[in-house]
Design a protein around this ligand. Structure first.
Ligand SMILES: *Cc1c(COP(=O)(O)O)cnc(C)c1O
Length: 490
């Protein structure tokens, strides 16, 4: 293993008095006095460095980042896969990147056509009738979808529906979104197989049920075998079913949530459809829905207009009973271009292959590691597999220690301690873009870490050993970040 020796000096610490980074040409215009000479200070400690030093400083900083372009990143539920660079190139084309959201529609017909096609692709992929692209995160899509469900009930004068059912395995954004719509959240337990407890669900459904929010496959990476029964129970009670489709990697080309009984869902373009993500943005969480809910979609959507000459044009429109806007304009347009390019590049057969490879990869990891880490639900998984470090914990080594040790081997930690119903959870999502060699290496490293947990646990507790910083006080780093250079005392 080799690690770059990083020069970790801050820019100020590289400063040498009198050194300059640029040479300006001689002044060829009259010198101008400053408007307020008092603002001119010579006691500011500005760094005096050469150009080369500045480049080294920032390049070194960039090397301290971990990214999917440099290393394997099996972060469950986040789908950190390789995103083809051509999709970025398409998004940078001046006709897409330099248009203004207030430009007249007649001058941006190409962009509107792209958005209109993407609405159609996403509706088709999810088995729905309509789609809106304006929502800019998965969580925002959830909020919009739940507001649509609320608006639907109210439009029918069905005012007594106050409860939203959410399984105990749900992503935290689900109960949060329901609560933000003013709903009371009721948690439904999972059964011993990792499916939703059907009896508990049936008992919870009544005339106060506004709907159910469900992830499929669920956050345990498992396909709920009772899904059509679940949707039927909610519908019979007069509720609607919301699908958290943040991760479509397991289903693409094989199953459509709309056909299984879901009424509305969001898709994270920044997970499944090729927008690089991490660091908080930018995202895109389009909402797809059936005909019942289409009039309530967020504004704007893009409509096709038949022209008298037989041609077609496109315009922005507000659905009849829209819940309103999700943001200033039309969503994160660059993300839409990436998703469109990705879908067109792969075509239907390519999309199908994504889910096949993603599911095979996860099951490959599952079967290779099942004797080394506890598998809380012993059945084939979909695109991700959740292990528990319960056995290691009995020897004092936690899921956190395992995760931190992976960093020493150049592998990003899996998602930890989620879903909440698995103790010491390690949620691994290999993704379809990783080679067999990468998965084999991950498996060998995980086995080696399991061995270390038994024979030399301290190595894990002190990990990571090779990074510029080891264990951080994460609460303090978030609450009291130290972002400012200060001269050394004295
Ligand atoms: C990522 C994710 C979300 C939230 O998406 P954001 O874009 O981060 O708001 C919701 N549900 C699931 C299952 C997810 O994995």
């Amino acid at each position: 293993m080799s690690f770059p020796v990083l020069d970790r000096r801050l820019l100020m610490d590289r400063s040498v008095s009198g050194r300059v980074g640029v040479s300006l040409p001689p002044l060829d215009v009259p010198e101008q006095p400053l408007p307020d000479a008092a603002m001119l200070r010579d006691d500011l400690p500005l760094p005096e460095v050469s150009q080369g030093e500045v480049v080294r400083y920032f390049t070194t900083l960039s090397q301290m980042n971990f990214s999917v372009d440099t290393n394997y990143y099996p972060l469950g539920s986040c789908t950190m896969k390789y995103n083809p660079k051509i999709n970025d190139e398409a998004a940078q084309l001046p006709g897409f990147a330099r248009i203004h959201p207030l430009q007249p529609e007649s001058t941006v017909q190409g962009a509107l056509k792209l958005a209109h096609s993407l609405q159609g692709f996403l509706a088709e992929i999810s088995g729905m009738d309509a789609a809106g692209l304006a929502t800019m995160a998965g969580a925002q899509g959830e909020l919009a979808g739940m507001l649509m469900i609320r608006a639907y009930h109210l439009s029918r004068n069905d005012t007594g529906r106050r409860t939203v059912l959410v399984p105990d395995s749900a992503h935290g954004t689900n109960p949060a979104s329901a609560a933000m719509c003013g709903y009371r959240v009721m948690s439904i337990p999972s059964d011993s197989q990792g499916n939703m407890d059907l009896e508990a669900l049936r008992n919870a459904c009544n005339s106060e049920t506004a709907g159910l929010m469900l992830t499929l496959p669920n956050t345990l990476g498992l396909f709920d075998v009772n899904i059509t029964e679940i949707c039927r129970a909610v519908h019979e009670a007069g509720g609607l079913v919301y699908g958290d489709g943040a991760n479509m990697n397991a289903l693409l080309g094989h199953a459509k949530l709309g056909h299984l009984g879901f009424d509305v869902l969001h898709i994270n373009l920044h997970k499944t459809f090729s927008t690089p993500h991490g660091g908080g943005g930018p995202g895109s969480g389009p909402v797809c829905c059936n005909a019942k809910l289409a009039p309530f979609l967020t504004a704007p959507i893009v409509e096709s207009v038949a022209e008298p000459d037989g041609g077609e044009s496109f315009r922005l429109a507000t659905p009849e009973m829209s819940i309103g806007k999700a943001g200033a304009f039309h969503g994160n347009f660059g993300m839409l271009v990436r998703a469109y390019t990705y879908i067109r590049g792969l075509g239907a057969p390519g999309l199908r292959e994504i889910s096949e490879s993603a599911v095979i990869g996860a099951n490959y990891v599952l079967s290779a590691l099942r004797d080394h880490y506890h598998l809380p639900y012993d059945r084939p998984c979909m695109h991700e597999v959740v292990f528990s470090a319960r056995t290691q914990k009995a020897r004092g080594v936690s899921a956190l220690d395992v995760a931190k040790r992976l960093i020493d081997y150049g592998i990003h930690p899996p998602t930890m301690y989620f879903p909440l119903i698995v103790e010491e959870a390690l949620m691994v999502e290999p993704t379809e873009t990783e080679s067999r060699e990468t998965l084999d290496n991950f498996i060998e490293v995980m086995k080696e870490i399991a061995r270390q947990a038994e024979e030399e646990p301290q190595v894990l507790k002190d990990a990571p050993h090779y990074t510029p910083n080891s264990r951080l006080d994460e609460a303090r780093a978030a609450r009291r970040p130290d972002l400012r250079w200060r001269p050394a005392e004295g």
